[in-house]
Design a protein around this ligand. Structure first.
Ligand SMILES: *Cc1c(COP(=O)(O)O)cnc(C)c1O
Length: 383
């Protein structure tokens, strides 16, 4: 068999205006980045607190490398479990107020490792239609029945829970902040439904960790329901500015996952320097509320001005601000026009978002200053 189908499928994607390509950053992540020899304002990073290039985190990584070397050498169950891994997990559990925490090498691996460990082919998993792809892939791997409810629709979720036959494990899983829409899950209602219909509740706090809650613990913390959520997953790659992920919950949950979760068991332990850096990031998030306050002020400012200019921000209430365009080619053209004016704003198109909802997706961070925001708004005025 030859590989001509590769070229053919790429041409099909191109014809639909959906071809994607990689851009190269010629320096660190930050509020402004260098691309093609040009410095542009960055409005598409998930580095919400500006920690990816933070000096304290760099130093924590360097210190850990000097003490432990770079690679961990083996999976954590063989001989790759080091002090920094355990210290990161203790830090996370203390921060989230749970009995324990377990680190994964990425958010994608956490979701594809946790869900199949907990669910089996007799189970039913209820999942918001706009949940992250890694959650969907985790459910598919588990072989459980996948029941997708319309985005945020609690009546539909309850209807599905009601008609689901008793017996068999049940899990409701949701992003707490939706990555392409910036809106929030009705988590109190979800917890209530889980209790009422005997389903476990799992949250993915990828975009809420470090961003929401008085101490930055996420949406469950903001709502005061940390102890009502059974499985709390989040990433260390967004507001924490590092890489990797965690799941927080009971001691038994941690023990169970260590024994049953394939993406934890069958992969090399994360480099200890990453664990050391992530621990420093969690400490900064916990102790330095000023970053979160600056993020909130920047986010409020952009929300207010964009709405006043008549843009549809699709129900976002967070630093992820979508601007609905609908047509994928038009979204791409707007993104290119913004780039010409020195503003990096990505167009998000299917299959990442549903057909007909192509959009620009802005993200604002604590690293931006008022001048950055005002230049962005001026560029939007010219669109
Ligand atoms: C980014 C993201 C992930 C994946 O996390 P990585 O650490 O980047 O692999 C999972 N879930 C959600 C909701 C995300 O936004």
């Amino acid at each position: 068999m030859n590989m001509d189908f590769l070229q053919k499928e790429l041409q099909d994607i191109d014809a639909l205006g959906l071809r994607r390509s990689l851009k190269i950053l010629e320096g660190p992540q930050g509020r402004s980045v260098s691309i093609d020899g040009r410095q542009v304002s960055n409005f598409c990073s998930n580095d919400y607190l500006g920690l990816a290039g933070d000096r304290r985190i760099r130093l924590a990584a360097i210190r850990t490398i000097e003490e432990y070397g770079f690679g961990s050498g083996a999976s954590r169950l063989i001989c790759g479990n080091m002090g920094p891994h355990e210290q990161l997990e203790e830090e996370l559990a203390a921060f989230k107020g749970t009995e324990s925490a377990l680190a994964y090498s990425s958010g994608y691996m956490a979701n594809t490792g946790i869900i199949p460990a907990l669910m089996d082919r007799h189970a039913a998993v209820f999942s918001d239609k706009l949940n992250h792809a890694s959650i969907i892939d985790g459910i598919i791997l588990s072989r459980a029945r996948l029941l997708r409810y319309p985005h945020l629709d609690m009546q539909a979720l309850e209807g599905m829970l009601k008609t689901c036959p008793a017996g068999g494990r049940k899990l409701i899983v949701t992003d707490t902040v939706f990555s392409m829409d910036g809106d929030r899950a009705p988590l109190k209602e979800i917890v209530g439904l889980g209790r009422r219909y005997g389903a476990l509740v799992m949250v993915d706090e990828a975009h809420a960790f470090g961003v929401l809650g008085e101490h930055g613990g996420g949406l469950a913390e903001e709502l005061g329901i940390v102890h009502d959520v059974d499985i709390q997953m989040g990433t260390l790659s967004k507001a924490a500015g590092c890489f990797g992920a965690y799941v927080c919950g009971t001691k038994i949950l941690r023990e169970y996952l260590i024994n049953k979760s394939r993406s934890f068991i069958y992969t090399t332990g994360m480099p200890p320097a990453l664990a050391g850096a992530a621990r420093a990031a969690v400490q900064i998030i916990r102790l330095d509320g000023s970053l979160r306050r600056r993020l909130q002020a920047n986010s409020d400012h952009l929300h207010e001005r964009l709405k006043a200019m008549g843009f549809d921000v699709m129900g976002s209430t967070t630093p992820i601000i979508p601007i609905l365009v609908k047509d994928p080619a038009a979204a791409k053209a707007m993104s290119l026009r913004l780039l010409e004016q020195g503003m990096l704003v990505q167009a998000i198109r299917p299959p990442t978002v549903p057909t007909g909802t192509s959009r620009l997706r802005l993200t604002v961070t604590a690293g931006h200053d008022r001048e950055d925001l005002d230049r962005l708004l001026a560029a939007f005025r010219g669109l």
